[in-house]
Design a protein around this ligand. Sequence first.
Ligand SMILES: *Cc1c(COP(=O)(O)O)cnc(C)c1O
Length: 383
Amino acid sequence: MSQTPPQPSRVRAEIDLDALRANVRALRARAPRSALMAVVKSDGYGHGALPCARAAIEAGAEWLGTATPQEALALRAAGVGGRIMCWLWTPGDPWREAVEADLDVSVSGMWALAEVTAAAREAGRPARVHLKADTGLGRNGCLPADWPELVSAALAGEAAGDLRVVGLWSHLACADEPGHASVADQLATFRRMVAHAEGEGVRPEVRHLANSPAVLTLPDTHFDLVRTGIAMYGVSPAPELGTAAELGLRPVMTLSASLALVKRAPAGHGVSYGHRYVTGRETVLGLVPVGYGDGVPRHASGRGPVLVGGEWRRVAGRIAMDQFVVDLDGQKVQEGAEAVLFGPGDRGEPTVQDWAEAADTIAYEIVTRIGSRVPRVYRGASA
Ligand SMILES: *Cc1c(COP(=O)(O)O)cnc(C)c1O
């Protein structure tokens, strides 16, 4: 039980589940009157859906959320109880399995209401439905003009015993941009659409709107339930909102590799495909055996930071599928030395935000795309 598993040698993503639990508790304290949904879509943003789901529940999360029904069904099949909601449905998806597995499902339009109704009849039990409003994100959800039709059809389904409308919900477009005018507009539209549904007779268990940035900065959006993804993994939703530490969050994932080769190279030596880096003088090169095949973004070629032997280095030249090179200058390190791509920053290592900036993207994408070839090593797993 207390034995430490051998460290995978090439590359590993350490997942600190104690940090995840602490983040869940911190987020719950930010939204004290709301229940918390731990969003574990896309394999828990790359951290592993199942261990993260379990740790989040241990820390008090009442709900789990996924995008696809398959993701939610996989959690159920692994023995996860409680409320699990999934929201990204496509015609032909496994509605009946979802009803039988007691999932909470989202409905954004009439086609979905028809499919879930048919599935509930086949299953012989009512479906638990959350009606999704498009209050201004312009993505999934039902627009205000179409809402009365969806609400009355859902109420008819409720009267027939095919379903229960347990949730009314929506999603924000710009919660990560402090002061963005769309937030107040979406909030007002959400209130109007909820009032309409309730006026028609819908009695939702939960009304929900807030994602991580809204949980952290927009208390008016909290309602009965908040849906937290990125913040639970200890990553700031946007640098404008503060660093993870400033937000009281602790990064959960540390990505590190072991140098596969350290070698002296002469001045004028081209490095990696395309020779986008050429040594300026005699130097020492370190080979980091991880690349875009592991989810390290090629777009960070020449820029991505790595901590080796206490020093920050930048990727020299291009990131290849399986490896990249750092110029170690005069540094004395050997093969096997640790190269930390990102982590909490305690040891001076870069953070996932540094990689997001180096790759011209957001931190969400960096952690989520760390691939299946990278073993996850869990710390703080429950017995
Ligand atoms: C992904 C997602 C969330 C979580 O967003 P974070 O910004 O990661 O907290 C919440 N709600 C919906 C609908 C989502 O798709």
